[in-house]
Design a protein around this ligand. Structure first.
Ligand SMILES: [Zn+2]
Length: 90
């Protein structure tokens, strides 16, 4: 069971805090994102910005269509808590 909430899908899937480079098993977002010194969410190694990844997850079930083979449905002990909101992107 994860302890931390994924910024993209909003499920509690992560065992390590942000900037751990952990990849969410449910949406495949890599959680290396963080708010930089100017207050913007840094997408890091992900191929899309977070707002696009969140929309992709809602539409197709993965943060990017290239990741569809690497995702799975959330388990019962990975409840939906809510994706990250109220952030700025470049
Ligand atoms: Zn996720």
């Amino acid at each position: 069971m994860g302890k931390y909430i994924c910024d993209c899908c909003g499920h509690k899937t992560l065992t390590d805090p942000k900037k751990s480079y952990e990849i969410c098993p449910v949406c495949s977002w890599q959680n290396d994102g963080y708010i930089d010194y100017e207050g913007y969410y840094d997408t890091g190694a992900n191929s899309t910005i977070l707002s696009v990844a969140q929309k992709n997850y809602k539409d197709i079930g993965a943060c990017d269509k290239r990741c569809l083979n690497y995702v799975r449905k959330p388990k019962d002990d990975e409840p939906y808590v809510g994706e990250l909101k109220e952030y700025r992107e470049r």
